[in-house]
Design a protein. Structure first.
Length: 461
């Protein structure tokens, strides 16, 4: 009898996103010995590729200047957020000719691992990737902190854990929503049962239904055998649906039916099955606004939010920032220290990327300054420029000057002028594509058409 040969050791995956084919071909050749390299020329192409892969690559090299506006970093910043929404454990290295300190800081704030300026020496790049691959991807903070906001969240989790009803977790990216879901499961009577997680933003809309409900042989091209879905596999455990706001509208109706009567069917099957798992959902979007704009079903929102938990952003957790710093740097063999001025700067920083950003900063500092005592000047390059806060201050100053001058002032007209400016900018960036412009502006396409025609926000009509 012959025995099957052992499969060769699989190389780790590396995603390279750059619109210059010379760069992608060169990197694929230089790094292909150690990695399975996937190359893409745009953000949509990268997301489409990831949705086709069973296992996302642990590493990514991302250029900031991507189409449709390759001379600006915005599309690259959006891709960083998209990649981490798809795979929170992915380590993203920003490879960019835009060697600007503000871009580097903002990329790190979004969750990027490191910023590498072009042209990059392939050998140095390979060493950086190897270091990133060897370091822990996502140490569990396990709700480190003693702030009142975190204490309230822990109390609510303990209160809701035993109930069989759905829970909706709301919070910014990187704030720890999946940790909340896992804690709800661990503290519930279902703790010994299965726990399944699906990121709704990370899967092609066409695959959501068979992934959740399963399918039978021949139901569609490629369905070579019967397969159970997540509802069936989760049994009487917990099913966590992350980024629930990205669920297509037709699938929202089918999920609602499961939540209402517990029934579902595999794709291509007439037999009705019964779901027994508890559903926990999470979102970083304002679902109430999405309901008003017609992008999310109101009945599903109310079904999912029987219990609601809000995960506080790190900027509201005060001295928990220092406790998290201590937690993550203890993972290093030679942890660094902060002097008094650096510790004060650490506390003043808002951490727009939340716990994910803090964790990455600590890991980088452990690698750069092992066992050393850091000053504020050494810490500062790792922090974002807090552009949004400065912009807010500038707007306030402008308003003060305008109102102090007196005379007639019309707030509605001022707001309309701002809105028209942003709509025009979005349409220019997307070359007139209304659907893409609506996504850039964070609104529904129908809402954008309405505002383009009237200049009046639909909610205020």
């Amino acid at each position: 009898m012959s025995h099957p040969k052992p499969a060769p050791e699989q190389k780790p995956g590396l995603l390279v996103v750059d619109d210059d084919p010379l760069i992608t071909d060169t990197l694929a050749f230089a790094l292909g010995t150690d990695y399975t390299v996937y190359t893409c020329e745009s953000r949509p192409h990268a997301i489409e590729l990831l949705r086709q892969l069973d296992v996302p690559p642990p590493l990514a090299l991302v250029d900031l200047g991507l189409p449709p506006v390759p001379h600006a970093p915005d599309e690259g910043f959006r891709l960083i957020a998209d990649l981490l929404a798809h795979s929170p454990r992915m380590k993203i290295f920003v490879l960019s000719g835009q060697n600007d300190a503000a871009n580097a800081r903002h990329a790190r704030a979004l969750g990027a691992w490191e910023f590498v300026a072009k042209p990059a020496d392939p050998a140095s790049l390979a060493r950086a990737l190897a270091r990133g691959l060897a370091l822990p991807a996502e140490p569990d903070a396990d709700f480190v902190g003693a702030s009142p906001a975190l204490a309230k969240l822990k109390s609510q989790i303990a209160q809701f854990a035993a109930a069989p009803y759905p829970v909706l977790i709301e919070g910014e990216s990187g704030s720890g929503k999946e940790l909340v879901a896992m804690r709800l499961h661990r503290l519930s009577p279902r703790a010994g049962r299965p726990y399944f997680s699906l990121n709704c933003a990370a899967i092609s809309p066409q695959l959501v239904e068979p992934t959740l409900f399963g399918y039978v042989k021949g139901a569609f091209t490629g369905a070579g055998s019967n397969k159970a879905g997540f509802f069936e596999d989760a049994a009487d455990g917990t099913l966590f649906l992350d980024e629930i706001g990205e669920l297509p509208l037709d699938m929202q109706a089918k999920l609602l039916r499961v939540l209402e009567n517990g029934e579902y069917q595999r794709v291509g099957e007439t037999q009705r099955r019964t779901a027994r798992c508890r559903v926990i959902a999470a979102t970083n979007r304002d679902l109430r606004r999405a309901v008003r704009e017609g992008a999310f079903r109101a009945d599903l929102y109310h079904r999912l939010s029987v219990f609601k938990l809000g995960v506080p952003p790190l900027r509201e957790l005060d001295h928990d920032k220092l406790l998290l710093l201590d937690h993550f740097r203890r993972l290093s063999e030679k942890p660094f220290e902060l002097d008094e001025a650096a510790a004060a700067r650490w506390l003043r920083y808002d951490f727009p990327g939340n716990v994910r950003e803090l964790r990455n900063i600590v890991i980088r500092l452990c690698a750069k300054y092992p066992g050393q005592r850091l000053s504020a000047a050494e810490l500062e390059p790792e922090l974002d420029l807090e552009i949004e806060i400065k912009d807010k201050s500038a707007i306030v100053e402008q308003a003060l000057r305008q109102l102090e001058r007196g005379g007639q002032f019309d707030l509605d007209q001022t707001l309309k002028a701002w809105e028209r400016g942003y709509i025009e900018a979005a349409l220019r960036l997307t070359r007139g594509n209304v659907s893409q412009a609506a996504k850039l502006l964070g609104i529904n396409r129908t809402t954008l058409y309405s505002r383009m025609n009237s200049g009046i926000p639909s909610e205020e009509k």
